[in-house]
Design a protein around this ligand. Sequence first.
Ligand code: NAD
Length: 333
Amino acid sequence: MTKNTITVFKGDGIGPEITDAVLEILEKAGANLTYEIFNVGEAEYERNGALIPAAGLASFEKTHVLLKSPITTPVGKGFRSLNVTLRTKYDLYANIRPAKSNEAVRTPFPKVDLITFRENTEDLYVGVEEEIDENTMHATKIITREKSERICRAAFRYAEAHGRKKVTCVHKANIMKLSDGLFRSVFYEVAKEFPAIEADDKMVDAVCMMLVMHPENFDILVMPNLYGDIVSDLTSGLIGGLGLLPSSNIGDRLAMFEAVHGSAPDIAGKGIANPTAFLWSACMMLEHLGDNETAARIRRAVDATLKEAKSLTPDLGGTATTHEYTKAIVEKL
Ligand code: NAD
């Protein structure tokens, strides 16, 4: 197999710690990769005046594949979130977040196996806000046919390719009749192209309630940006927390893989971060590159480590450090 070159962004907070852990596991698992590694984020800004060095962006434009650890969004300095910037700049429109129960991580929900497809480039995230007067702020929500169509199609295509049975459109079209109404009607138009896949729709508030009662009833969920952000964090709670939810951000040309969680400043530097979500994101990247075998080997080693429960990080109820957890996975590869 030819060696793939990928770009790696080491972010802020726990970013560097979990990146080191993941790169070590990828190497020990025999992933056929070479890396172009860059420091990005707040610390890089303090050093060099840019959140992402130009060479880092050039590398991503060349390799087309980015493994990105979390970045702190500086508050109150007029910064747009770097994550939002990357997703829109490179049109990484499909944010795919699989939440699956793991028998080794005990939660009240042992049968979760669902995937959130979050539209990544519009909705309230376009960053159009205005101050009408000091007591009135407006934010603009943008939903277009083109962008709704491609995220819905991505969800159905994925369902078809992975033997999934149902896609549910999540919206609030009873209140946002025009914007969410458009998303919902486009969803049903796209659904007609996939007659073998069941299609239904539900209000986002009802979905939140149903998810914490019967998450096993959901399969694939597709929704606009803001609902996707919130609902996917909820799904991480169902399976044991943010440390366990991976994601990919896929466009037509480029793809970025990252954990759903942030830079966790409260535990940064303590050596106790859980690298699993980022590692599973790296497995999604290997699958994207066609290396299903290495991805499966890593997934098996993680499952065995979680099941053994001897080297779990504190967020999973253990006392192990990131390093000890990583070592346990490496021993099982
Ligand atoms: P967070 O996800 O960083 O942390 C929320 C809680 O979950 C914290 O208690 C944290 O300790 C815990 N946690 C998160 N990841 C963990 C892990 N791998 N192992 C163990 N515990 C973990 O959310 P936040 O505190 O709201 O955000 C911190 C910063 O991260 C902010 O600047 C935010 O903008 C940024 N952020 C970045 C991304 C990204 O880069 N994709 C995503 C979300 C938030």
